[in-house]
Design a protein around this ligand. Structure first.
Ligand SMILES: [Zn+2]
Length: 317
Protein backbone atom coordinates (compact mmCIF):
# COMPACT_ATOMS: atom_id res chain seq x y z
CA UNK A 1 0.00 0.00 0.00
CA UNK A 2 2.71 2.46 1.08
CA UNK A 3 4.89 1.27 -1.74
CA UNK A 4 2.13 1.83 -4.28
CA UNK A 5 1.51 5.44 -3.26
CA UNK A 6 5.26 6.04 -3.25
CA UNK A 7 5.41 4.82 -6.84
CA UNK A 8 2.42 6.97 -7.71
CA UNK A 9 4.21 9.98 -6.23
CA UNK A 10 7.29 9.21 -8.29
CA UNK A 11 5.22 8.98 -11.45
CA UNK A 12 3.61 12.31 -10.55
CA UNK A 13 6.98 13.93 -9.93
CA UNK A 14 8.22 12.75 -13.29
CA UNK A 15 5.18 14.12 -15.07
CA UNK A 16 5.32 17.50 -13.31
CA UNK A 17 8.70 19.10 -12.66
CA UNK A 18 9.28 20.58 -9.17
CA UNK A 19 8.11 24.06 -9.96
CA UNK A 20 4.71 22.82 -11.06
CA UNK A 21 3.98 22.15 -7.40
CA UNK A 22 2.53 25.42 -6.33
CA UNK A 23 4.08 25.31 -2.86
CA UNK A 24 7.61 24.45 -3.96
CA UNK A 25 9.80 27.54 -4.27
CA UNK A 26 10.62 28.82 -7.73
CA UNK A 27 14.22 27.86 -8.54
CA UNK A 28 16.10 30.97 -9.62
CA UNK A 29 19.73 31.20 -10.73
CA UNK A 30 21.34 34.66 -10.83
CA UNK A 31 24.81 35.61 -12.07
CA UNK A 32 25.98 38.43 -9.76
CA UNK A 33 25.42 38.61 -6.02
CA UNK A 34 23.57 41.90 -6.49
CA UNK A 35 20.97 40.29 -8.76
CA UNK A 36 20.71 37.24 -6.46
CA UNK A 37 20.03 39.61 -3.55
CA UNK A 38 17.32 41.44 -5.52
CA UNK A 39 15.68 38.09 -6.39
CA UNK A 40 15.71 37.05 -2.72
CA UNK A 41 14.27 40.38 -1.58
CA UNK A 42 11.51 40.39 -4.18
CA UNK A 43 10.85 36.64 -4.16
CA UNK A 44 10.85 36.08 -0.40
CA UNK A 45 9.79 32.52 0.50
CA UNK A 46 8.44 31.97 -3.00
CA UNK A 47 11.94 31.55 -4.40
CA UNK A 48 15.10 29.56 -3.86
CA UNK A 49 17.97 31.59 -5.31
CA UNK A 50 21.44 30.43 -6.30
CA UNK A 51 23.99 33.14 -7.09
CA UNK A 52 26.81 32.00 -9.37
CA UNK A 53 29.42 34.65 -8.55
CA UNK A 54 30.60 34.82 -4.95
CA UNK A 55 32.67 37.45 -3.10
CA UNK A 56 35.72 38.70 -4.99
CA UNK A 57 34.59 37.25 -8.31
CA UNK A 58 35.05 39.49 -11.36
CA UNK A 59 31.98 39.28 -13.64
CA UNK A 60 33.86 40.73 -16.63
CA UNK A 61 36.10 37.65 -16.67
CA UNK A 62 33.76 34.94 -15.31
CA UNK A 63 32.91 31.84 -17.32
CA UNK A 64 30.21 29.34 -16.39
CA UNK A 65 31.43 26.19 -14.61
CA UNK A 66 30.07 22.68 -15.03
CA UNK A 67 28.08 22.96 -11.79
CA UNK A 68 26.67 26.35 -12.89
CA UNK A 69 25.32 24.69 -16.02
CA UNK A 70 23.75 21.89 -13.96
CA UNK A 71 22.10 24.46 -11.66
CA UNK A 72 20.78 26.41 -14.64
CA UNK A 73 19.30 23.38 -16.36
CA UNK A 74 17.46 22.52 -13.11
CA UNK A 75 16.14 26.05 -12.59
CA UNK A 76 12.85 27.71 -13.53
CA UNK A 77 14.32 31.15 -14.19
CA UNK A 78 17.79 32.47 -14.96
CA UNK A 79 18.61 36.13 -14.28
CA UNK A 80 21.73 37.74 -15.67
CA UNK A 81 22.80 41.34 -15.84
CA UNK A 82 23.46 41.92 -19.54
CA UNK A 83 24.85 45.18 -21.03
CA UNK A 84 28.01 43.19 -21.74
CA UNK A 85 28.89 42.81 -18.04
CA UNK A 86 29.22 39.01 -18.27
CA UNK A 87 31.19 39.38 -21.50
CA UNK A 88 32.50 35.80 -21.44
CA UNK A 89 29.01 34.32 -20.98
CA UNK A 90 27.09 36.48 -23.46
CA UNK A 91 26.87 33.82 -26.17
CA UNK A 92 26.06 31.09 -23.66
CA UNK A 93 23.04 33.03 -22.36
CA UNK A 94 21.77 33.84 -25.84
CA UNK A 95 21.84 30.11 -26.66
CA UNK A 96 20.30 29.11 -23.33
CA UNK A 97 17.49 31.62 -23.90
CA UNK A 98 16.14 29.45 -26.68
CA UNK A 99 15.48 26.62 -24.19
CA UNK A 100 14.94 28.22 -20.78
CA UNK A 101 13.46 31.40 -19.33
CA UNK A 102 16.49 33.71 -19.31
CA UNK A 103 16.22 37.45 -18.53
CA UNK A 104 18.94 40.12 -18.76
CA UNK A 105 17.57 42.40 -16.02
CA UNK A 106 19.72 45.49 -16.67
CA UNK A 107 18.75 45.53 -20.34
CA UNK A 108 15.20 46.48 -19.37
CA UNK A 109 16.30 49.84 -17.95
CA UNK A 110 15.60 52.93 -20.09
CA UNK A 111 18.77 53.43 -22.16
CA UNK A 112 18.53 57.22 -21.92
CA UNK A 113 19.51 56.87 -18.23
CA UNK A 114 22.72 54.99 -19.06
CA UNK A 115 26.26 56.18 -19.78
CA UNK A 116 28.03 55.23 -22.98
CA UNK A 117 30.81 52.65 -22.71
CA UNK A 118 34.31 54.15 -23.01
CA UNK A 119 35.60 51.54 -25.39
CA UNK A 120 32.60 50.49 -27.50
CA UNK A 121 30.41 52.96 -29.36
CA UNK A 122 27.31 50.78 -29.29
CA UNK A 123 27.58 49.65 -25.64
CA UNK A 124 26.78 51.06 -22.19
CA UNK A 125 28.52 51.19 -18.83
CA UNK A 126 27.02 48.13 -17.09
CA UNK A 127 27.72 49.10 -13.42
CA UNK A 128 24.13 50.14 -12.64
CA UNK A 129 24.16 48.83 -9.04
CA UNK A 130 26.48 51.68 -8.04
CA UNK A 131 23.57 54.10 -8.29
CA UNK A 132 20.69 53.30 -5.92
CA UNK A 133 18.37 55.22 -8.27
CA UNK A 134 19.25 53.02 -11.25
CA UNK A 135 19.25 49.86 -9.18
CA UNK A 136 15.61 50.48 -8.29
CA UNK A 137 14.80 50.17 -12.00
CA UNK A 138 16.66 46.84 -12.10
CA UNK A 139 14.76 45.58 -9.05
CA UNK A 140 11.53 46.33 -10.92
CA UNK A 141 12.82 44.23 -13.86
CA UNK A 142 13.53 41.39 -11.42
CA UNK A 143 9.96 41.73 -10.13
CA UNK A 144 8.61 41.53 -13.70
CA UNK A 145 10.62 38.38 -14.43
CA UNK A 146 9.52 36.64 -11.22
CA UNK A 147 5.91 37.61 -11.85
CA UNK A 148 6.07 36.20 -15.35
CA UNK A 149 7.54 32.95 -14.00
CA UNK A 150 4.96 32.67 -11.20
CA UNK A 151 1.94 34.90 -11.90
CA UNK A 152 -0.07 33.53 -8.96
CA UNK A 153 2.44 35.18 -6.56
CA UNK A 154 2.20 38.62 -8.23
CA UNK A 155 0.78 40.31 -5.11
CA UNK A 156 3.50 38.91 -2.86
CA UNK A 157 6.21 40.05 -5.27
CA UNK A 158 4.64 43.51 -5.52
CA UNK A 159 4.55 43.97 -1.74
CA UNK A 160 8.14 42.71 -1.30
CA UNK A 161 9.35 44.99 -4.11
CA UNK A 162 7.73 48.02 -2.51
CA UNK A 163 9.44 47.28 0.81
CA UNK A 164 12.85 46.77 -0.84
CA UNK A 165 12.54 49.93 -2.94
CA UNK A 166 11.83 51.88 0.26
CA UNK A 167 15.07 50.52 1.80
CA UNK A 168 17.01 51.53 -1.32
CA UNK A 169 15.51 55.02 -1.14
CA UNK A 170 16.76 55.28 2.44
CA UNK A 171 20.25 54.25 1.28
CA UNK A 172 20.11 56.86 -1.46
CA UNK A 173 19.27 59.58 1.05
CA UNK A 174 22.04 58.45 3.42
CA UNK A 175 24.54 58.58 0.52
CA UNK A 176 23.50 62.11 -0.42
CA UNK A 177 23.88 63.28 3.15
CA UNK A 178 27.30 61.83 4.01
CA UNK A 179 28.95 62.29 0.62
CA UNK A 180 27.97 65.97 0.66
CA UNK A 181 29.84 66.25 3.98
CA UNK A 182 33.17 65.67 2.14
CA UNK A 183 35.09 68.91 1.39
CA UNK A 184 34.46 69.86 -2.25
CA UNK A 185 38.07 69.60 -3.44
CA UNK A 186 38.26 66.01 -2.13
CA UNK A 187 35.27 64.73 -4.09
CA UNK A 188 37.39 62.56 -6.33
CA UNK A 189 37.28 58.80 -6.42
CA UNK A 190 40.42 57.08 -7.73
CA UNK A 191 39.81 53.35 -8.16
CA UNK A 192 41.27 50.32 -9.92
CA UNK A 193 38.70 50.19 -12.73
CA UNK A 194 35.88 52.42 -13.92
CA UNK A 195 33.03 50.81 -11.95
CA UNK A 196 31.94 54.01 -10.20
CA UNK A 197 30.71 56.21 -13.07
CA UNK A 198 27.04 56.09 -12.03
CA UNK A 199 28.04 56.57 -8.40
CA UNK A 200 29.96 59.71 -9.35
CA UNK A 201 27.10 61.05 -11.46
CA UNK A 202 24.60 60.46 -8.67
CA UNK A 203 26.67 62.08 -5.93
CA UNK A 204 28.65 64.72 -7.86
CA UNK A 205 32.09 63.06 -7.61
CA UNK A 206 34.85 62.91 -10.23
CA UNK A 207 35.68 59.29 -10.86
CA UNK A 208 39.06 58.20 -12.21
CA UNK A 209 39.79 54.54 -12.85
CA UNK A 210 43.20 53.12 -13.68
CA UNK A 211 41.61 50.56 -15.99
CA UNK A 212 38.60 51.18 -18.20
CA UNK A 213 35.00 50.05 -17.68
CA UNK A 214 35.98 46.41 -18.11
CA UNK A 215 38.75 44.87 -16.01
CA UNK A 216 39.81 43.12 -19.23
CA UNK A 217 41.39 46.27 -20.67
CA UNK A 218 45.07 47.00 -19.99
CA UNK A 219 46.17 49.75 -17.62
CA UNK A 220 48.78 51.68 -19.62
CA UNK A 221 51.75 53.49 -18.13
CA UNK A 222 50.41 56.71 -19.66
CA UNK A 223 47.20 56.34 -17.69
CA UNK A 224 49.14 55.82 -14.46
CA UNK A 225 51.33 58.90 -14.96
CA UNK A 226 48.21 60.93 -15.88
CA UNK A 227 46.62 59.88 -12.59
CA UNK A 228 49.80 60.64 -10.63
CA UNK A 229 49.62 64.19 -12.08
CA UNK A 230 46.01 64.51 -10.93
CA UNK A 231 46.81 63.25 -7.42
CA UNK A 232 49.70 65.70 -7.10
CA UNK A 233 47.91 68.68 -8.71
CA UNK A 234 44.75 68.31 -6.64
CA UNK A 235 46.66 67.24 -3.51
CA UNK A 236 44.53 64.10 -3.16
CA UNK A 237 45.66 61.72 -0.46
CA UNK A 238 43.35 58.71 -0.72
CA UNK A 239 42.77 56.10 -3.42
CA UNK A 240 40.64 52.96 -3.20
CA UNK A 241 41.20 49.29 -3.95
CA UNK A 242 38.47 46.90 -5.06
CA UNK A 243 37.54 43.48 -3.72
CA UNK A 244 37.25 41.91 -7.18
CA UNK A 245 40.22 43.53 -8.96
CA UNK A 246 43.97 43.05 -8.37
CA UNK A 247 45.61 46.03 -6.60
CA UNK A 248 48.85 45.77 -8.60
CA UNK A 249 48.30 48.92 -10.65
CA UNK A 250 47.08 50.77 -7.55
CA UNK A 251 50.47 50.11 -5.95
CA UNK A 252 52.19 51.49 -9.07
CA UNK A 253 50.10 54.63 -8.71
CA UNK A 254 50.98 55.11 -5.03
CA UNK A 255 54.68 54.55 -5.79
CA UNK A 256 54.50 56.98 -8.70
CA UNK A 257 53.09 59.68 -6.43
CA UNK A 258 55.69 58.92 -3.72
CA UNK A 259 58.47 59.40 -6.31
CA UNK A 260 57.10 62.93 -6.79
CA UNK A 261 57.15 63.52 -3.05
CA UNK A 262 53.39 63.17 -2.62
CA UNK A 263 52.05 60.77 -0.02
CA UNK A 264 48.93 58.81 -1.02
CA UNK A 265 47.20 56.15 1.07
CA UNK A 266 44.70 53.42 0.39
CA UNK A 267 41.45 54.88 1.75
CA UNK A 268 39.87 51.44 1.98
CA UNK A 269 38.63 48.49 -0.01
CA UNK A 270 35.44 48.98 -1.96
CA UNK A 271 33.00 46.41 -3.27
CA UNK A 272 32.92 47.20 -6.96
CA UNK A 273 31.59 44.24 -8.93
CA UNK A 274 30.95 41.69 -6.16
CA UNK A 275 29.38 41.86 -2.69
CA UNK A 276 30.90 40.76 0.65
CA UNK A 277 30.70 37.31 2.30
CA UNK A 278 27.28 35.61 2.27
CA UNK A 279 25.54 35.84 5.63
CA UNK A 280 27.15 39.19 6.50
CA UNK A 281 25.63 42.67 6.16
CA UNK A 282 28.21 43.51 3.47
CA UNK A 283 27.02 40.41 1.63
CA UNK A 284 23.72 42.20 0.84
CA UNK A 285 23.14 44.94 -1.71
CA UNK A 286 22.23 47.50 0.96
CA UNK A 287 25.27 46.54 3.07
CA UNK A 288 27.60 46.64 0.06
CA UNK A 289 26.61 50.20 -0.85
CA UNK A 290 26.45 51.35 2.77
CA UNK A 291 30.06 50.11 3.09
CA UNK A 292 31.20 51.88 -0.09
CA UNK A 293 29.47 55.17 0.75
CA UNK A 294 30.71 55.17 4.34
CA UNK A 295 34.31 54.20 3.48
CA UNK A 296 34.53 56.79 0.69
CA UNK A 297 33.02 59.62 2.72
CA UNK A 298 35.16 58.78 5.77
CA UNK A 299 38.45 58.45 3.86
CA UNK A 300 37.88 61.68 1.91
CA UNK A 301 37.29 63.74 5.02
CA UNK A 302 33.67 63.57 6.20
CA UNK A 303 33.30 63.25 9.95
CA UNK A 304 30.84 60.35 10.14
CA UNK A 305 30.35 57.17 12.20
CA UNK A 306 32.20 54.18 10.71
CA UNK A 307 29.30 51.86 11.40
CA UNK A 308 27.29 53.32 8.53
CA UNK A 309 23.66 54.04 7.78
CA UNK A 310 22.12 51.83 10.44
CA UNK A 311 25.07 50.82 12.62
CA UNK A 312 25.46 47.47 10.88
CA UNK A 313 28.88 47.81 9.24
CA UNK A 314 31.76 45.86 10.73
CA UNK A 315 33.82 48.45 12.59
CA UNK A 316 37.43 49.26 11.77
CA UNK A 317 37.64 49.03 8.00
ZN1 LIG B 1 33.39 46.28 -13.48
Amino acid sequence: MIRRSFLAALAFAAAFPFSAWADAPLKVVATTGMIADAARQVGGDQVEVKGLMGPGVDPHAYRQTRSDIVAMTRSDLILWHGLYLEAQMEEFFHDLGRKRMVVAVAEGVDKSKLHAHDNYADKYDPHLWMSPTLWRDVVIEVQKALTQARPEAADIFAANTEAFLAQIAELEAYGKQVLAAVPENNRVLVTAHDAFGYFGAEYGYDVLGIQGISTQSEAGLNRISELVDTLVDRQLTAVFVESSVSDRSMRALIEGAAARGHQVEVGGQLYSDAMGEPGTYEGTYIGMLDHNITVIAGALGADIPKTGMSGNLSAGF
